[in-house]
Design a binder for this molecule. Sequence first.
Ligand code: CP
Ligand code: NVA
Length: 333
Amino acid sequence: TNQLTGRHFLTLKDFITEEIHYLLDLASDLKEKKKAGITHRYMEGQNIALLFEKPSTRTRCAFTVACIDLGAHPEYLGKNDIQFGKKESVRDTAIVLGRMFDGIQFRGYEQSTVNGLAEHSGVPVWNGLTNQFHPTQILADLLTIKENIGHLKGVKLVYVGDGRNNMGNSLLIGGAKVGMDVRICSPESLFPEQDVIAYAKEVSKESGGKITVTSNIDEAVSGADVIYTDVWVSMGEEDQFKERIELLSPYQVNKKMLDKTGNKQVMFLHCLPSFHDLETEVGREIYEKFGLKEMEVTDEVFQSENSFVFEEAENRLHTIKAVMAATNGSVKS
Ligand code: CP
Ligand code: NVA
């Protein structure tokens, strides 16, 4: 056992720097085992509930495959498949699931829902994204950076775009914990909430990191090691395309922005899904309405050698596996 056994994974605020590094090292180890075909069934015989209010490709698939690799059974519970939310409360759902399952993943709207599941279920609960936080994503991002740069401390990570969403918040917190030089670059109206900035600044004092929040692109991207962006309109905000396009168009990640970093090796990251081309149903609607061909990142940057987005996506599997194995598995530290 280790000190993570039995813990929930709701936000990275709850984890100290050493625990984050432990999870990243465990993820690397599990990744090597998987590639070498070495079994790692640390959750043999467990049953895991995967509760989704919002859609997902990476998070759902990562939890599903991770469960099976760890010897556990995953059960997908879509919002419309169960009584949850319509006829049954968070509390009652949590109690029932906790009596049948050994762990619960939740993706949805409110952080208070995942916190409520954690409070009442009696089994570890993992946050697979809420409006406020996306902590498992950050572990995959940190692993991808570490694999390619070799370390995390002092790495200049610039998050460009919607600073107020789950990714802005979570990168601030996660980056601060591991001592990164985190720069949030957004229009002022999309700066992260003051309490999240204050928290990250406080954590940085101890970790040796640095936190900057600015609307000035040139200042933010200068010397960057990593440029990170996310969609301009998150799940649940679909009525805000017009206003976000107006606000965020200057913050598009394109070749010109990468050149401004002065770093030819600058890594490009994106949690995905991405509007780098609009060859999708929603994409075509946006093209018809606003005449845009690309949104938060150009196809050129997305497809370039600087882009590590698919390594990052794969790392969701290894990091989510590490989180489950450490909090609910027989893995030894
Ligand atoms: N990055 C991420 O969480 O992707 P999904 O929405 O596909 O799970
Ligand atoms: N900010 C995005 C992240 C998707 C992984 C959203 O919440 O839709």
